[in-house]
Design a protein around this ligand. Structure first.
Ligand SMILES: *Cc1c(COP(=O)(O)O)cnc(C)c1O
Length: 365
């Protein structure tokens, strides 16, 4: 049996008519940037998240950069980010001219450990960027408590967690602004690159929109040295077609994860831990094993696609050589990099496929 790590086919098959219809609508309108589809999706997504404002942009990285810039974060500032995340979180900070400060995760949840945040705060700290990694909500109450007490902004990186709940409340609604990616493989994916920032603050929303459109508040009037990062009409229309199915797709992911959690039973494999406060959306089903590379080879040879999120921690990447970190500086991030393996999990995965993955993992000795 061959099981890909991810495929979009089952959903595309189901939504074939809607997606082709979305293309036709935009093509028939012959209007491709900043139009009614953009507006329609932003409104629907803000409503879905339960935030007053949503501003679309070109990708998830820009969603974070624009939020940070709109909040006035830049040179001379420090921003706290988890030591184990996709590099986009840190790069967003770096692009504004601010310094990243890495904080280690809780080894059970793989999310930033709130108990370690306070020690990383200095006079220069302006913000905390929790990442709801793998679709698992961060422990937001203690993070918000620290941020409020120390006067820090919270910007949530929600790129992997569309629709996840923390104590019954949607992630992305805790901080002042939150960034989402609609990269095709994300829980809500466009048919290309796309992203959005949601915020509770009108002024921040206006700034984000201006920064993403050449710093322009109205046509040919430029108040900031802005960027070009807009959500195009075509992607907005595809996203509007998919959004009504997001909760159902996440429900499907949870059902697959439940089967993995119940079925996988191998002393060589550490399963994900779900705290009581969390309703995760399983962007990634991350297991860990001290024999990860052997397990990966074993599964790949059995026809099962796998992935690693992420094989090299950020502090050891060439891109961050200038920070002067060495191996051993962030042992938990390094441990996760060394041991994490991501199993196939996608909307439309069949029971036969799920059971095959479970059986193969349980066979691994
Ligand atoms: C995907 C991702 C991003 C960036 O999104 P793009 O749309 O690829 O720019 C940011 N943060 C995290 C945690 C991600 O997984």
């Amino acid at each position: 049996m061959k099981i890909p790590f991810v495929t979009f086919r089952p959903l595309e098959h189901e939504l074939d008519k809607e997606l082709r219809g979305a293309f036709e609508t935009v093509y028939n309108n012959s209007w491709y940037i900043e139009g009614q589809e953009d507006e329609k999706f932003e409104k629907a997504y803000a409503e879905y998240c339960g935030m007053p404002y949503c501003v679309g942009c070109g990708n998830g990285l820009d969603a974070l950069v624009l939020a940070l810039k709109a909040l006035g974060i830049g040179e001379g500032d420090e921003v706290i980010v988890p030591s184990n995340t996709y590099i986009a979180t840190a790069l967003a900070v770096t692009y504004t001219g601010a310094q990243v400060v890495f904080v280690e995760p809780d080894i059970r949840t793989y999310n930033i450990n709130p108990l370690l945040i306070e020690a990383a705060i200095t006079d220069k700290t302006k913000a905390i960027m929790p990442v709801h990694l793998y679709g698992q909500p961060c422990d937001m109450d203690p993070i918000m408590e620290i941020a409020n007490r120390r006067g820090l902004k919270v910007i949530e990186d929600c790129a992997q967690a569309h629709g996840a709940l923390y104590k019954g409340r949607k992630i992305g609604t805790f901080g002042i602004a939150s960034g989402f990616s609609f990269y095709p493989g994300k829980n809500l994916g466009a048919l290309g690159d796309a992203g959005a920032t949601i915020t509770s603050d009108k002024d921040v929303a206006d700034k984000i929109r201006a920064y993403g459109n050449y710093g322009s508040d109205y046509k040919y009037h430029h108040i900031y040295k802005g960027n070009n990062s807009r959500l195009d009409e075509m992607q907005a229309a595809f996203l509007s077609a998919k959004l009504p199915h997001l909760d159902r797709m996440n429900e499907c992911r949870r059902a697959i994860a439940d089967k993995y959690l119940k079925g996988i039973n191998n002393p060589e494999v550490i399963l994900p831990y779900v705290p009581d406060y969390a309703l995760p959306v399983w962007h990634i089903f991350a297991v860990r094993s001290s024999r990860r590379d052997e397990l990966e080879k074993f599964l790949n040879e059995a026809g099962i696609g796998t992935n690693k999120h992420y094989p090299i921690p950020m502090h050891l990447q060439g891109a961050y050589k200038d920070l002067g970190f060495k191996e051993g500086d962030f042992p938990l991030a390094e441990e996760i990099s060394r041991t994490e393996l991501s199993l196939p999990l996608f909307y439309g995965m069949t029971d036969e496929e799920i059971n095959y993955v479970i059986d193969k993992i349980n066979e691994f000795k």
